[in-house]
Design a binder for this molecule. Structure first.
Ligand code: PGA
Length: 249
């Protein structure tokens, strides 16, 4: 008999509860391993999680002094001071408000002069840190994870990618117009993400319901990047009722 790893699916009572579940799982990881390595995500979905982590830090319940972080992705062409860069987002949402050591926070450098060298170095740093203990992920409406768009290979590594029109359109809400959205990004690969010891994919809202159903219930397929996570030995989906609403099983 073949044994297939099944993901854990937590359906929270609402969006806030989903953030609480996710923050609890991250806190549990750091309780077990205070010098843990966290893989972090940007986007609207994890904002509530970071708010809770900041509050728990302020309440003396969470210490980031020995924590190392690696973010999933960054737009090419945006520097850390650009208010739509993911480095800027992380500083605003989390890093500036907790006692993490700046040198131990890693976000791909969207201004790197030599991208092939930079992405090799990023992977090497993850290895040197001992690998990622817990990777937090969102999911795109098109099923992307980080900027691994449909068609990304299961063994893909950190690399430069082109954004799809879907993603440019979805992300244009943060820019003055779609024309200002960068066309290229650096992203951790799916192979890189799959090496994390634990993965939490968080989704909220009706717009994610189809992507969640496909990720969980359709066969694993590079056309649906999140479905490539199936079979990871420690995968948890944290959903709100809306994002879980199309699940049949
Ligand atoms: P969102 O983005 O959290 O802003 O919905 C998720 C993603 O595109 O991965």
């Amino acid at each position: 008999m073949t044994r297939v790893n099944q993901p854990r699916i937590l359906i929270a009572s609402d969006q806030e509860d989903a953030a609480r579940c996710t923050a609890d799982l991250m806190q549990e990881t750091l309780r077990e391993k205070p010098a843990g390595v966290l893989g972090l995500a940007t986007g609207s979905t994890p904002i509530g999680v970071y708010r809770l982590l900041v509050n728990r830090h302020r309440a003396g319940q969470l210490d980031f002094s020995d924590v190392t972080t690696f973010n999933l992705d960054e737009y090419i062409g945006l520097g850390p001071e650009h208010d739509q860069s993911y480095r800027y987002f992380m500083q605003q949402q989390l890093f500036d408000h907790v006692n993490v050591v700046r040198e131990r926070t890693h976000v791909p450098n969207g201004l790197a002069a030599n991208i092939p060298e930079h992405v090799r170095d990023y992977e090497e740093r993850i290895r040197q840190a001992g690998g990622i203990d817990l990777q937090l992920l969102g999911i795109g409406n098109n099923g992307h994870i980080a900027f691994n768009e449909p068609g990304s290979a299961i063994d893909s590594r950190t690399r430069q990618v082109d954004l799809t029109e879907d993603t440019i359109e979805a992300n244009s809400r943060f820019f003055n117009s779609a024309a200002e959205v960068p066309r290229h990004a650096i992203t951790m690969g799916i192979g890189t993400i799959l090496e994390s010891r634990r993965i939490i994919l968080m989704a909220t809202g009706k717009a994610k319901a189809k992507a969640i159903r496909v990720a969980i219930e359709e066969p694993s397929d590079p056309g649906n990047p999140a479905s490539l996570l199936q079979g990871h030995s420690n995968l948890t989906f944290v959903l709100d009722p809306e994002s879980a609403s199309e699940l049949k099983r």
